[in-house]
Design a protein around this ligand. Structure first.
Ligand code: PLP
Length: 378
């Protein structure tokens, strides 16, 4: 059976060009990047080229990029390291109720260590309450961490405005841009972002590689003890091939951003229109316009999301009931809860996230399958 993949917010397929860029670093160029002979230097050159490409995607300097193992590691690192630096005098972090667990759970751990955290509410569309954010600022707030775009409902936050507010109060602003990078323009200089997390496997690079941008001038300690890799911040021999893959994926994302966004938007808007026209008792979760180009999250009333997923799977369709990270839990999604969705509607949520290989024909197949399954389940 042909697999139709609509779960690109969970992970993406490694692009052919990305794989081709990586392969030499798994055999011919296998040197340790810290070695001084040419085989090692070639691996090092591969890493530094990748650093430039990652930096170019978000418009920062290459020496502001640190390679990590994941978006999760990038989020953990910046939040914990900044907290460590400021802990003596400042005790307060601001975040939102709809962050990914990589941010939420990190903040919860810090709360146990005596840091206060304000979890800002969002409106019905999933957009942060800016007035509440402003009111929450204290003299001892040292970090605001708000995601650029949400992984479940796709809502895009007013990042530039939040960055301005942070700047006025001399607060560091970090954004989890794991879902945003490669799917919307991100310019850290123009947007006033001090720190940013991104992840390879959401932009057609491999799993297990990520990057952390930290603006020059923001001090933080070494976060992995060991060798002097990553400008003496993260010890450990680099994951050269995956880093090269991430760099290649960022280069492609930068060069293709406009047509990529246009293609996803067309599929998404067609899907949303068809579902609203052809299936009764549905509700689109999240903002209609301030939304990632490939995301559509619908609640199907009187339907259990996991039953829907199983039936879709039987037809070769991959989608998600919430985010891949929270699925498996029977609790309603914290994001859908935060936008005020009642439990019965949360249970019937289906996230579809389009990718570049999807076609209109795939979307027609998805819609026809949904009509059939929803009728059957109801
Ligand atoms: N942040 C967001 C918004 C995500 O969607 C994800 C992954 O789903 C992560 C962080 C974690 O990234 P990784 O899977 O690379 O650890």
């Amino acid at each position: 059976m042909k697999i139709r993949y609509f779960d690109n917010a969970a992970t993406t397929k490694v692009k052919k060009e990305v794989l081709e860029a990586m392969l030499p670093y798994l055999n011919e160029q296998y040197g340790n990047p810290s070695s001084l002979y040419s085989l090692g230097r070639k691996a090092k050159t591969g890493i530094e080229k990748a650093r430039k490409n990652v930096a170019n995607l978000i418009n920062c300097n290459p020496n502001e990029i640190y390679f990590t193992s994941s978006g999760t590691e990038s989020d953990n690192t910046i939040i914990k390291q900044i907290a460590k630096k400021y802990k003596k005098n400042k005790k307060h972090i601001i975040t939102s109720k709809i962050e990914h667990p990589a941010v939420l759970h990190t903040c919860q751990v810090l709360e146990k260590e005596g840091i206060d955290v304000s979890y800002i509410n969002v409106n019905k569309e999933g957009i942060i309450d800016l007035e509440e954010l402003k009111r929450s600022i204290r003299n001892d707030t040292f970090l605001i961490t708000i995601m650029s775009a949400n992984n479940e409902i796709g809502t895009i936050q007013p990042i530039e405005t939040i960055a301005k507010i942070a700047k006025i109060h001399n607060i560091i602003f970090h954004t989890d841009a794991v879902q945003a990078c490669g799917n919307m323009p991100i310019d850290v200089k123009k947007m006033g972002i001090d720190a940013l997390s991104l992840s390879g496997h959401k932009i057609n690079a491999p799993k297990g590689v990520g990057a952390l941008y930290v603006k020059n001038g923001i001090e933080f300690d070494k976060f992995m003890d060991g060798g002097h890799q990553e400008r003496n911040k993260r010890g450990g021999t680099e994951n050269v091939a995956s880093i090269v893959g991430l760099g290649e994926a960022c280069l492609i994302a930068k060069n293709n951003l406009e047509p990529h966004i246009k293609h996803l938007q067309e599929l998404r808007d067609y899907y949303i229109k068809q579902v609203e026209e052809k299936i009764q008792f549905v509700k689109l979760n999240g903002a209609k316009s301030k939304r990632l180009p490939g995301n559509a999250n619908f609640s199907f009333e009187f339907i259990d999301g996991s039953a829907l997923l199983f039936k879709l799977d039987e037809k070769g369709i991959c989608a998600s009931s919430g985010s891949a990270c929270t699925s498996g839990s029977s609790e309603p999604s914290h994001v859908l809860k935060a936008i005020g969705l009642p439990d019965n509607l949360s249970k019937g949520a289906l996230r579809v996230s389009f990718g570049e290989e999807n076609t209109k024909e795939d979307v027609d197949y998805l819609i026809n399958s949904l009509i059939e399954i929803v009728n059957e389940l109801r």
